[in-house]
Design a protein. Structure first.
Length: 61
């Protein structure tokens, strides 16, 4: 892991999002996934990432 957040990759953010989801921290997982989605160039990939980690504050399902 790096000390400079600018050096983090999409994979780093997604790995962390998976870890936070597994730890029962859905909002933090959502925030990390959102950052990953912002860093990808392909809109379809960004939508897919966002769909996997929806905002739990708006998920009233």
């Amino acid at each position: 892991m790096t000390n400079d957040p600018a050096d983090l990759t999409v994979a780093d953010y997604l790995d962390s999002a998976r870890d936070m989801a597994a730890a029962g921290r859905p909002f933090l997982a959502h925030l990390l996934a959102e950052e990953a989605a912002r860093r990808v160039d392909d809109p379809a990939t960004a939508r897919s990432i966002r769909a996997q980690y929806p905002d739990p504050a708006t998920d009233r399902g």
